[in-house]
Structure formats: structure tokens, C-alpha cells
Design a protein around this ligand. Structure first.
Ligand SMILES: [Ca+2]
Ligand SMILES: [Ca+2]
Length: 103
């Protein structure tokens, strides 16, 4: 099946797979949301270049607070997707700036 997916479809599949890989790490906890610890692990391992220095305890607290739209203390997939979208938008802005400078 995955052989027929486009790059963008694969990207979405990866987002979902990565989220669930970390959201289910803690046994006896909610398998479908990220706790603080699971979020830290995910950011450290999967977004290490983009999140440099952001995962110290204070930085992480600030990130979680911002992400936790429904304020249940955990990050669900919807909240995670919003975070990825925000980071991607910032990356695109850098990319466009870079292209404009090239002219
Ligand atoms: Ca969890
Ligand atoms: Ca939440």
C-alpha cells in the first residue's frame, strides 16, 4: 500500500505514526495523548534540529501550555498537528526569504 502513496501522503502517515509511537509509551496512561514526558521524548528525538534548546524544563512547560488547547494537561493529536503546522509555517517563511534573497 505504502508504495503507492505520494510524498505528501507519506508525510501525513509519518505524522500519525510518530505521534502514536510516543503517545503510547507510558503504560497505564492515555495511549492516545502525549504526557509531558512523552512530548519531551518526541521533541528530543524527532524534532531535534528544530527544537534545539526548547526542551529544557521551562521551555517545555511553555510549549505544553501553548499546545494544550483543551487544557487537560496532555497533548492530543489535534494539538500536535497544530504544533507541526505552526513549525512548518515558520520554516516556509525562512524558505521564501531565502529564495527572495537569491534573486
Ligand atoms: Ca500517553
Ligand atoms: Ca490537551
Amino acid at each position: 500500500m505504502s508504495a503507492h502513496l505520494t510524498d505528501l501522503e507519506k508525510c501525513m502517515q509519518t505524522m500519525i505514526a510518530v505521534f502514536h509511537k510516543y503517545s503510547g509509551q507510558e503504560e497505564n496512561q492515555n495511549k492516545y495523548t502525549l504526557s509531558n514526558k512523552e512530548l519531551k521524548d518526541l521533541l528530543d528525538k524527532e524534532l531535534s534540529s528544530f527544537m534545539k534548546g526548547a526542551t529544557d524544563p521551562e521551555g517545555l512547560k511553555a510549549i505544553t501550555k501553548k499546545l494544550d488547547i483543551n487544557q487537560d494537561g496532555e497533548v492530543n493529536f489535534e494539538e500536535f498537528a497544530v504544533m507541526l503546522a505552526s513549525i512548518t509555517i515558520v520554516c516556509n517563511e525562512f524558505f521564501v526569504q531565502h529564495l527572495k534573497q537569491k534573486k
